[in-house]
Design a protein around this ligand. Structure first.
Ligand code: SF4
Length: 215
């Protein structure tokens, strides 16, 4: 019986791109305290009091797909925002799935508790720690995200650190500084990802270059 009570705002039954080299389902957890300029899932940001998708039904689906899917990825929103994530991970792991986690790393304490249970982590490092407020629209988060990167490096859990090339940081000098800072944390796999536009997200590249200065 499902007990996690996870708030889920979306569910993808099968994907080949969200967990490296494995077929996965993706659970989009509801809620995120950040307000990144380039967010692709604005409908997932607000906390809700209702249950958009019943966790018990998702768990039933996953139980029925054992052997057909390899992994379940918890994404968002920000999955580690929810205290019930740990129990949800335990329930899915008990079904025999690999566990993937997409996170912005802003709750390093919860990430630390989850690391022994997860098989792969995609961690967003959005900028140098001091530049987070201008990119995420909230005053905190940078130090926590970088602390999560340090925890991930120490854990040995397979992972990918991703940095979205928002126009304001898409220059050689900034990219080099960020890479150098990551290198101080230990063994980490990092890649840049393009800043894509979506219906709810149309970054004005010229405007952002002019109005968001990280120097
Ligand atoms: S952390 Fe992710 S979900 Fe949250 S606002 Fe930023 S891009 Fe959107």
């Amino acid at each position: 019986m499902a007990t996690a009570g996870l708030q889920v705002g979306g569910f993808t039954q099968m994907t080949t791109i969200d967990y490296p080299d494995h077929l996965a389902a993706v659970v989009f957890c509801q809620g995120c305290p950040l307000r990144c300029h380039y967010c692709h899932n604005p409908e997932l940001l607000r906390r809700r009091t209702d249950e958009p998708l019943a966790w018990s039904e998702i768990l039933d689906f996953l139980a029925a797909r054992r052997g057909l899917l390899d992994a379940v990825v918890f994404s968002g929103g920000e999955p580690t925002l929810q205290r019930s994530l740990m129990q949800a991970v335990i329930e899915v792991k008990a079904l025999g799935y690999l566990i993937g986690l997409h996170t912005a790393g802003i709750y390093p304490g919860r990430l630390q508790q989850l690391l022994p249970l997860v098989d792969w982590v995609g961690l967003d490092i959005k900028a140098l720690a001091q530049d987070y407020p201008r990119l995420t629209g909230v005053p905190h988060g940078g130090e926590s995200a970088w602390r999560s990167a340090r925890l991930l490096a120490a854990s040995g859990v397979p992972h990918e650190i991703r940095t979205t090339l928002y126009p304001a940081i898409d220059n050689d000098d900034y990219r080099n500084r960020l890479r150098r800072e990551l290198a101080t944390l230990g063994e980490l796999t990092h890649r840049w990802q393009p800043c894509r536009e979506s219906p709810g997200n149309k970054p004005d590249h010229d405007r952002s270059k002019n109005q968001i200065s990280f120097y």
